[in-house]
Design a protein around this ligand. Structure first.
Ligand code: B3K
Ligand code: ZN
Length: 871
């Protein structure tokens, strides 16, 4: 099996300057003719042949400057086209004909058809499924694309860049010609043809360019893209304000499709989206969906500069565009909504998704150095830890110098395919500070532990810090790294104390301790009282914190810290420890009482914005508790501990929770943050109260009376998860199904909700759902709802002690792998923490993984994940 290594990178021997594509679409097939303007790279050997990538391609014609190539001057297979004896200098044109079957393309990479719509997905290596090409991100060309298609099936014809010309052809066909003046790598190519509805708007850039905006959706759905359009316009304005980045084409098009391997794709001027991240209205979408649409719309738009104008030299540099763009979309949401709430949500995601990856067999550095299948590296580590690294640069440099570094990066590398080194150099130059100890974060995998110890006497506080990184599955280095540690010293009056530190082995400035060595010490003198140490504010470094701070201090911080994130962190860490203990030895109401009282107090604290109260109230998920338990995890015990804690919390919240629920009932829907926060708070509490009372009737009433999907689904979740066998639950599920039977996005929620319901018969339910007429394995959203809902969101059932949950998932994945390897591989990561299970389950999970690996037709995608999981 071929391994691609970073150290083997070398530039191509040939350049491709221009791509002229003719794509003729017919029912059942597509004919592609590519005319490539090619030139031998100055200085590259004259004898070098040109080897173009292909994937399942059929060559139909081949010519060099209009002449057919003689036998023997080339070799062709579905995977490669190699040409010998090409001109030593000057430009020449290579014309390549291929024929495709989009209807049979279930991998959803390259050109495929979804609900009658032709569309493409090229990142990372899909363009080679359309034509033979140097399909790598450092080959930048301008594209001219002519699409010809039957007008009835495809009145809308779109490609990258600006529209040039369109018109009728014979036989009911028509054409459109598009030109993209910005040189781009092939992974950003896109084409769409179909019968679509459209929502139009426009945006005028700061520089005065009027941009036509359009969101295309399947027939009858364009009213649901109003919010996405609003998010797009806000994103465009924000990128101008915050980063000085303007849009650079006359049009910006978004197309929403039903069958898509991931969230969305940032193709130049023609973003293609999973319709889940475009279509919304209060009746069919939850507040979480609204947040998802806003984030993904912004993310893909921001890629226009971080990804498209400046792209990646090779796929090892993926975090250069992804980590940076996630950072940018997080900042957008923080600016548009609440900074503290967004930061907490990002940290929760990091801990629940990236930490387990970093701490298990799929561990890899933010910039990997080898891969077998690049599509398996679109991970939480590359995206979310990648964003944390950019955030740390901003923390280390401060906002002005960070912005100067970004400006320099845009100026210096515009139009180029860059590397992490290029990026870091811009910040070293603009920031006037070495990032030598910092750059190790890109190379060293794993979650470091930051240990903090405090001693106080006579107005003198000493903080001793140390860092440690254990070598994990990736086998990378363990050197000390530059860790910015944000902190505050909180007085009993709830205000930060002014304190000037003295530091050794560390530097402290502007509320940040810079730990650069393994150990460091900071001393504060002349303090009026013993402060409460609020450490790692803003989660300023992605670490595991080891700080044996007393429970009293943490409970005080949860009440008093003037930093909202600090309040949440103090409380969340206490809750996490309490539930981890319960997950090891069983839940003890007496032990948990003070912590749960603090949770209830946080939920009821009217000084906090509602979303923050909801975050204070939420308990960590079972996966997160399992991670905190660490070893020999019994997922059944973790589940029972969490349920017991929820019920106990409902009892503790008592009257105050009942009041909160009563107050909000009947509040009209609005997507505004306060309204979202109040719904989140009420729906979090609804589960606690229902469990405490052992009574489904509140949830039943909320389900029946709900005026929006958030409240309806939350109530249904309480019924399905906690009262699975009650007749009312069965009736509610049926009613929900019948109401939304024609709506795929809502039906996905119906599958997901049942797949994730933890109870004795969950597996039988999921097997029944897999045979439901509406279950379609070939649709990634549906597959993720059922298989992902079960394997990743239902630990109790997935980790059944008899291994039947594992075997069910293995069967589904093996079947899915034949249709769509990328989605199968992604879902298989549900096994990634198998080594931390108790011995019985550990052995059963390993057996299952080995059985998948031995499958006869296993794809490279799935095999890569399974092999690495087992290593
Ligand atoms: N760049 C795409 C992801 C492509 C995934 C390819 N397997 C979406 C995004 O991150 O914006
Ligand atoms: Zn991205």
């Amino acid at each position: 099996e071929q391994v691609i290594r970073l150290e083997d990178y070398r530039p191509t021997d040939f350049l491709i300057h221009e791509v002229d594509l003719l794509v003729c679409l017919f029912e059942g097939r597509a004919e592609v003719r590519a005319a490539l303007t090619v030139e031998r790279r100055p200085g590259s050997p004259e004898a070098a042949s040109l080897s173009l990538d292909g994937d399942e391609l059929t060559l139909t014609s081949l010519a060099l400057d209009g002449e057919r190539l003689p036998e023997g001057s080339y070799e062709v297979s579905p995977e490669a086209l190699t040409l010998h004896g090409l001109p030593a200098s000057g430009r020449f044109t290579l014309s390549i004909g291929t024929t495709l079957e989009p209807e049979k393309n279930t991998k959803l990479m390259g050109l495929y058809r979804t609900r009658g719509v032709w569309c493409t997905q090229c990142e990372a290596e899909g363009f080679r499924r359309i034509t033979y090409f140097l399909d790598r991100p450092d080959v930048l060309a301008t594209y001219r694309v002519r699409i010809e298609a039957p007008r009835a099936a495809a009145p809308v014809l779109l490609a990258n860049g600006n529209p040039v010309e369109s018109g009728p052809l014979e036989g009911g066909r028509h054409f459109a010609l598009w030109h993209d003046p910005h040189p781009k790598p092939s992974y950003l190519f896109a084409l769409v043809a179909g019968d679509l509805d459209v929502l139009k708007d426009d945006f005028t850039t700061a520089g005065g360019r009027k941009v036509d905006l359009a969101i295309y959706t399947e027939k009858g759905l364009s009213a649901r893209s109003v919010y996405a359009m609003d998010a797009l316009k806000r994103s465009m304005a924000w990128d101008e304000r915050r980063f000085g980045r303007e849009y650079d084409l006359d049009v910006f098009n978004i197309v929403a499709v039903s069958d898509f391997n991931m969230g969305a794709m940032e193709n130049k001027g023609l973003n293609v989206f999973n319709h889940k991240y475009v279509l919304l209205d209060p009746d069919t979408a939850t507040d979480g969906d609204y947040a998802g649409v806003e984030t993904v719309i912004a993310h893909e738009y921001f890629h226009n500069w971080t990804g498209n104008r400046i792209t990646c030299r090779d796929w090892f540099q993926l975090c250069l565009k992804e980590g940076l763009t996630v950072y940018r979309d997080q900042e957008f949401t923080a600016d548009e909504r609440s900074r503290a709430v967004k930061r907490i949500a990002s940290v929760q995601l990091l801990k629940s998704q990236q930490f387990p990856e970093d701490q298990g067999p799929l561990q890899h550095p933010v910039r990997p150095t080898r891969y077998r299948e690049i599509n398996n590296f679109y991970t939480a580590t590359v995206y979310d830890k990648g964003a944390e690294l950019v955030r740390m640069i901003a923390t280390i440099l401060g906002p002005e110098r960070f912005r100067a570094g970004m400006d320099l990066y845009f100026e210096r590398h515009d139009g180029e395919a860059a590397t992490i080194e290029d990026f870091l150099l811009c910040f070293e130059e603009a920031g006037g500070r070495s990032l030598e100890r910092f750059r190790l974060w890109y190379a060293q995998a794993g979650t470091p532990t930051l240990s903090v110890r405090e001693t106080y006497a006579d107005g003198r506080l000493t903080l001793s810090l140390s860092q440690r990184l254990a070598r994990g599955a990736a086998g990378t280095g363990t050197e000390p790294m530059h860790m910015p540690v944000r902190f505050g010293l909180v007085g009993s009056n709830g205000a930060d104390m002014e304190a000037v530190p003295r530091a050794e082995g560390a530097k402290a400035e502007d509320g940040i301790i810079h730990l650069l060595e393994e150990k460091g010490e900071v001393v504060f003198e002349g303090l009026p009282e013993r402060p409460l140490v609020s450490i790692l504010r803003d989660f300023s470094a992605p670490v595991t914190l080891d700080f044996p701070q007393s429970r009293e201090d943490r409970l005080a911080l949860a009440r008093l810290d003037p930093d909202a994130f600090g309040r949440w962190r103090a409380l969340a860490d206490l809750v996490g420890e309490t539930l981890a203990d319960a997950g090891r030895t069983g839940f003890s109401p007496a032990d948990a009482a003070p912590v749960l009282q603090a949770v209830a107090a946080g939920a009821a604290d009217e000084a906090l914005e509602p979303s923050l109260r909801a975050q204070m109230a939420a308990l960590p998920g079972e996966g997160e508790i399992a991670r905190l338990v660490g070893q020999d995890v019994d997922p059944g015990r973790v589940h029972r501990a969490r349920i017991a804690a929820m019920a106990e919390l409902g009892r503790i919240g008592g009257e105050s929770f009942a009041r909160l629920l009563a107050e909000g009932a009947g509040e009209p829907f609005s997507p505004a943050p306060d309204s979202v926060g109040r719904r989140a708070l009420r729906n979090t509490i609804l589960a606690f109260v229902s469990l405490a009372a052992g009574d489904a009737s509140r949830a039943e009433r909320q389900f029946a009376g709900a005026t929006n999907m958030t409240d309806r689904l939350a109530a249904l979740a309480v019924l399905a998860h906690h009262f699975p066998r009650e007749a009312a639950t069965r009736k509610a599920l049926e009613r929900f199904h019948d109401t939304y039977a024609g709506d795929d996005l809502v039906l996905d929620k119906w599958f997901m909700l049942q797949a994730s319901a933890a109870h004795e018969d969950a597996l039988a339910d999921v097997e029944r759902l897999a045979a439901h007429p509406a279950f379609k394995l070939a649709n990634p959203n549906r597959a993720r709802a059922l298989i992902g809902g079960f394997a990743s969101a239902n630990p109790l059932a997935f980790h059944r002690p008899d291994g039947a949950g594992y075997r069910f998932v293995a069967r589904m994945l093996t079947e899915l792998d034949r249709l769509n390897p990328q989605t199968a591989a992604r879902l298989a990561t549900a096994f990634r923490s198998w080594r931390s299970l108790e011995p019985g389950r550990r052995e059963l999970a390993a057996q299952t993984l080995r059985a998948i690996a031995q499958g006869k037709q296993i794809s490279r995608d799935l095999k890569d994940i399974v092999d690495r999981s087992l290593q």
